[in-house]
Ligand binder design. Structure first.
Ligand code: NDP
Length: 316
């Protein structure tokens, strides 16, 4: 298989696959580097109710599978590797994967998306995977019939809390304020749910746990700080889900592609063009405002059209 393509798309969420759909239909040889999480963030969610075209909703993994097949139908190829380094100083552009393979491309579309943010509290790294999770869909099942905690006051936290009530006996939402960023409809759904209650003006200061004689670690509690009074209290807890938002996956472009102070790629107004001609960006890696599957898909389409026009201009 050739390691050169006309368009290399880094990332395989709605932005990446939509970009690939458009570039492959434009008869451009297109490659999608699927990365760490093939199919992107929607593969670890449940039902998507707000992607137009699906009257009764669609499961996240299914939607991504269909998007992948749709762009493959027009000739786009998926490569199941992670791009770990880029060199945009030469043409064609060079991309190196985690397998040490060097790929080249005439144009690049960055669609690397975003990842779940963590609190950074003491003990978080230690007990991650041993009681702490950032994905209810992935890990909820392990907490059957238990009382679990969800951190955050946005739609992610509300969605995670609702989902967890399928398995858990009780879900407590820990939120640092007493007002919510979540949309009204999702907040109301949570407020109506008898299995969910709230611990407001509260934040986790430290994760408490133990190491069993077998060497396995286990979360046993949380040190909670009241954000209004500063008062500390310890509560027992065996499961915590962090739902406080996301950070863009743009570390490999640091110092190469312009980003804002939060790491989101800066594009030209009404365009997907980055500071490097021939490199375009779309989706959650570039959008700190809307961050929806449908807006990511729309911006993937824009990046594909921009890349196509730019490539055409190089040959005219
Ligand atoms: P948001 O930025 O909307 O909310 C993040 C929440 O986490 C806020 O309540 C924030 O608190 C809290 N938070 C952030 N950092 C910390 C911290 N260090 N310690 C404690 N709390 C913290 O992110 P979401 O991921 O919830 O949502 C992002 C976007 O995705 C939104 O547009 C949302 O509508 C959308 N979305 C839609 C869904 C759907 O429709 N099914 C599902 C999930 C997300 P504070 O309010 O105090 O800043």
């Amino acid at each position: 298989m050739s390691t050169h393509s006309q368009v290399a798309i880094i990332g395989s969420g709605p932005a990446g696959f939509t970009a690939a759909l458009y570039t492959s239909r434009a008869r451009l040889d297109s490659v999608v580097f699927e990365g760490l999480q093939p199919g992107g963030q929607l593969t670890i969610t449940t039902e998507i109710e707000n992607f137009p075209g699906f009257e009764h909703g669609i499961m996240g993994p299914e939607l991504m599978d269909v998007m992948r097949k749709q762009c493959h139908r027009f000739g786009a190829r998926s490569i199941y590797e992670i791009i770990t380094a880029v060199d945009f100083t030469q043409k064609p552009f060079a991309l190196t994967s985690d397998r040490g393979i060097r790929y080249t491309a005439d144009a690049v579309i960055i669609a690397t998306g975003a990842s779940a943010k963590l609190l950074g509290a003491k003990g978080e790294n230690e007990y991650m995977g041993y009681g702490i999770s950032a994905c209810a869909t992935c890990d909820g099942f392990f907490f059957r019939n238990q009382h679990v905690y969800v951190v955050g006051g946005g739609d992610t936290a509300m969605e995670e809390a609702s989902y967890l009530t399928r398995f858990c006996s009780k879900v407590t939402i820990i939120h640092r304020r007493n007002e919510f960023r979540a949309s009204k409809i999702m907040l109301e759904r949570v407020q109506r749910n008898e299995k969910i209650d709230f611990m407001l003006n509260s934040t986790i200061d430290e994760y408490l746990g133990e190491t069993l004689p077998t060497g396995v670690k286990r979360l046993t509690g949380l040190r909670i700080r009241n954000t209004a009074s500063g008062e500390m209290s310890d509560i027992p807890a065996e499961g915590v889900f962090i739902g406080i938002g996301h950070k863009p996956n743009t570390d490999i472009f640091k110092g190469i592609i312009d980003t804002d102070e939060n790491g989101y790629i800066v594009t030209e107004p009404r365009s997907s063009a980055t500071n490097i001609a021939g490199v375009f960006a779309c989706g959650d890696a570039q959008d700190s405002v809307y961050r929806q599957a449908i807006t990511a898909a729309g911006s993937g389409c824009m990046a594909a059209i921009d890349a196509e026009r730019w490539l055409e201009a190089q040959h005219s």
